[in-house]
Design a protein around this ligand. Structure first.
Ligand SMILES: Cc1cc2nc3c(=O)[nH]c(=O)nc-3n(C[C@H](O)[C@H](O)[C@H](O)COP(=O)(O)OP(=O)(O)OC[C@H]3O[C@@H](n4cnc5c(N)ncnc54)[C@H](O)[C@@H]3O)c2cc1C
Length: 511
């Protein structure tokens, strides 16, 4: 069965074409659609399949940026965290942290208290406090008690990064934007010095089409330099890899996020409950694999992370084989000439030429600030793209019930309402061992441009990360639930299953 030509349905010209459907591109799409402009976003793979599904999933002020006196970045991040918590409950939720302090700890209790006080002041609310050793032992029994003086308690936030991207894309589409996954920007088209369009290839149908663009936004993260040319300068990037383990909650039973310094290099590592499992990470090292290859955790990273974990949780004593999965992401960091990867700045960088704006770096947390920066530059080149007032990005649902809040956060209130009214009580039951309902799976299969099983299980839901063996044992039931909605015949399903399991083994199996 040949794939439909999705490019044929596009207009010949858009005011703005965004290349890259990670958090940066999706954030620009969401802000741009509010200007009334015609906007198209394309991603050569799935939405959020780059770095934006491989982050630590924290919406945070970046406590460690305070240490290096990056005041503006911290303040900006803390403000965005507050905004996202208010506007997107159920998608961005508060996360309580404990930072154990030992008797001989550096930084000391006093220094940490001062740092957290400033952090709280920036957010305009005091949440941090000292916990005694007794309180820590009661709150986190699995944590080592050796030499523990107490812990600092403070609050940040967590999210599902891929769902945050998807929500921005779906909300933008509801307002008239176009967004296509598996469509690659092959080349920029120029008229003299000015970029006036681009050549797109639909990787599902292999159709190719030239689209005219008032402006092109290059939001391709770690791959931004692919569009550099003699006339378009681009800063050097220093791709830095970070890897995480995902453990079953009963193997690493913690109630809070817990952060401490790695004994080797005193970098912060952290573990926290996420989507019914527990994430633990991360590393921060020069990414020496090819950028065209999908990143994965190496044996050295695994050993480095487990050393820190077993030091703090000796009774749990975990090995890589105990993990449900692993994942890695590549930070698109602008090279600043620092020796240590972790010393490089996480601020975004923007550069532009006629008809083309490129943006890279930055954080998940500050995507809205980055998007508005891009739109300001876009308005300078095309005045009709003037930014709208700083209105809320997300339409907040009205509910206090945790399950509905979660659904509204992930899908938006409108879609969540439709899903609930269209599904049976049986459909709303959870897929065993996951926080996802069968109805959610079906919704994604029908409405969220799922082109492969990988899209459904790794990004629309995160089943591939939070179940054993990528959810292999669940596949027959998943097939019964979604095959018809996906419109796949039996041969396609069998191919998809084989491709998914092989992808999972290569990229996410604990090694
Ligand atoms: C390990 C790690 C942990 C992190 N943790 C946090 C955190 O906890 N909190 C936080 O705020 N930030 C965090 N970050 C930073 C954050 O994840 C990134 O800054 C962000 O995801 C980058 O998003 P992006 O959209 O710029 O890039 P990407 O998400 O990589 O998106 C770029 C997209 O461009 C597409 N693309 C490339 N070339 C083309 C082409 N020719 N045509 C079409 N599409 C193309 C790719 O397929 C990709 O989807 C972390 C990063 C890493 C690596």
């Amino acid at each position: 069965m040949s794939a439909p030509d999705r490019l044929a349905a596009l207009a010949t010209r858009y005011d703005l074409v965004i290349i890259g459907g990670g958090i940066t591109g999706a954030g620009v799409l969401r802000e741009a659609v509010r200007t009334g402009a015609s906007v198209l976003l394309v991603d050569r793979s799935d939405f959020a399949s780059g770095t934006s599904s491989g982050s630590s999933k924290l919406v945070h002020g970046g406590l460690r940026y305070l240490q290096s006196a990056q005041w503006r970045l911290t303040l900006e991040s803390v403000r965005e965290r507050g905004r996202l918590l208010r506007e997107a409950p159920g998608l961005v939720d508060p996360q309580a942290f404990l930072m154990p302090i030992q008797h001989d700890s550096k930084p000391s209790r006093a220094l940490m208290q001062t740092g957290l006080f400033i952090y709280d002041l920036m957010a305009g609310r005091l949440t941090s406090r000292w916990m005694t050793a007794r309180e820590v032992a009661d709150a986190e029994p699995a944590l080592s008690r050796e030499n523990i003086h107490g812990a600092m308690y403070f609050q940040d936030a967590q999210t599902d990064d891929a769902r945050l991207v998807q929500r921005l894309i779906e909300d933008s589409r509801a307002l008239g934007a176009h967004a296509l996954n598996y469509v690659a920007a092959e080349d920029l088209v120029r008229s003299g010095e000015r970029v006036t369009g681009l050549v797109l290839t639909d990787r599902m149908s292999m159709a190719t089409r030239h689209i005219e663009a008032g402006l092109v936004i290059n939001a391709t993260g770690a791959w931004t330099r692919q569009f550099a040319s003699a006339t378009v300068r681009a800063p050097q990037l220093r791709p830095l890899r970070g890897s995480h383990f995902v453990f079953a909650h009963d193997r690493l039973p913690i109630a809070h996020a817990i952060t401490w310094l790695h004994p080797q290099d005193r970098r912060p590592v952290f573990a926290f409950p996420w989507e019914g499992a527990v994430l633990f990470g991360t590393t921060d090292l020069d990414h020496d694999m090819r950028l065209s290859e999908y990143p994965r955790m190496t044996a050295e990273e695994s050993a480095y992370l487990l050393e820190a974990l077993n030091l703090r949780f000796p009774a749990v004593n975990l090995a890589a084989s105990d993990a449900l999965s692993t994942y890695a992401g590549v930070r698109p960091v602008v090279a600043g000439g620092k020796d240590a990867p972790s010393a490089e700045s996480r601020e975004s960088a923007l550069w532009s030429s006629e008809g083309l704006i490129s943006i890279t770096g930055g954080k998940l947390t500050t995507f809205r600030v980055t998007a508005r920066q891009v739109l300001r530059e876009a308005a300078r080149q095309s005045p009709h793209l003037a930014l709208r007032a700083d209105a809320p990005l997300f339409e907040k649902g009205a509910t206090e019930d945790a399950a509905s809040r979660r659904l509204q956060g992930r899908l938006g209130a409108n879609a969540a309402g439709k899903l609930t009214s269209q599904s049976s009580a049986e459909d709303r039951e959870l897929v065993p061992g996951t926080p996802y309902s069968w109805a959610e799976l079906r919704w994604s299969a029908r409405h969220e441009q799922v082109m492969s099983l990988d899209d459904l299980l790794m990004r629309r839901t995160r089943m591939g990360l939070v179940t054993a063996n990528g959810g292999r044992e669940l596949l027959p039931r998943i097939r019964a639930a979604v095959q018809a909605d996906l419109g796949w015949d039996d041969a396609r399903w069998i191919d998809e299953e084989a491709a998914y399991l092989s992808m999972w083994q290569q990229r996410h199996a604990p090694a």
